[in-house]
Design a protein. Structure first.
Length: 159
């Protein structure tokens, strides 16, 4: 790949309710009405650990409080040649408390809701690096896998 223009470090939370549904947030990053569902999470800020970032991002994007980080669910690496970007995302399985009440300081979150696996597959189907690792984790129950992608719409590999 040509020289990278930027590298992104992202931390996200896997929050599940009592019915086993997973919390997704709807992002409108460009405020153009193009919604993309993701796990709650975001950029790890300078001087912050990924674990600290997931606690902060979950609070900002959902209003919920992380009470415990159970484990590292999975790691995703996306090498986006078109944008010349590398994204490393860590998803943490967390315990939480509170009521959904998003107060995203960036104003990108337009919805936060729990979804079952079939609904997750539908909402994430065009973004394989978001879909495949999450579904693999939910269906296998195995934490700690690494998933590698060469773009946002290409199938990946997991280790």
């Amino acid at each position: 790949m040509a020289e990278l223009r930027r590298q992104l470090l992202v931390a996200a939370g896997v929050l599940m309710d009592r019915q086993g549904r997973v919390l997704l947030v709807a992002n409108d990053w460009g405020r153009r009405g193009r919604i993309r569902y993701t796990l709650p999470g975001g950029m790890v800020e300078p001087g912050e650990t990924a674990a600290e970032a997931v606690v902060r991002e979950v609070r900002e994007e959902t209003g919920l409080s992380v009470t415990e980080i159970e484990h590292l669910a999975y790691v995703v690496q996306v090498e986006d040649k078109r944008r010349r970007e590398r994204t490393i995302a860590m998803a943490f399985k967390v315990r939480w408390e509170g009521l959904l009440n998003p107060h995203d300081p960036d104003g990108h979150i337009v919805e936060a809701r729990f979804f079952d696996v079939d609904a997750i597959k539908e909402r994430l189907k065009t973004h394989l690096p978001l879909l495949e690792p999450l579904i693999y984790y939910l269906e296998s129950g195995e934490p700690g896998h690494y998933h590698a992608y060469t773009g946002w719409s290409e199938p990946g590999r997991h280790y």
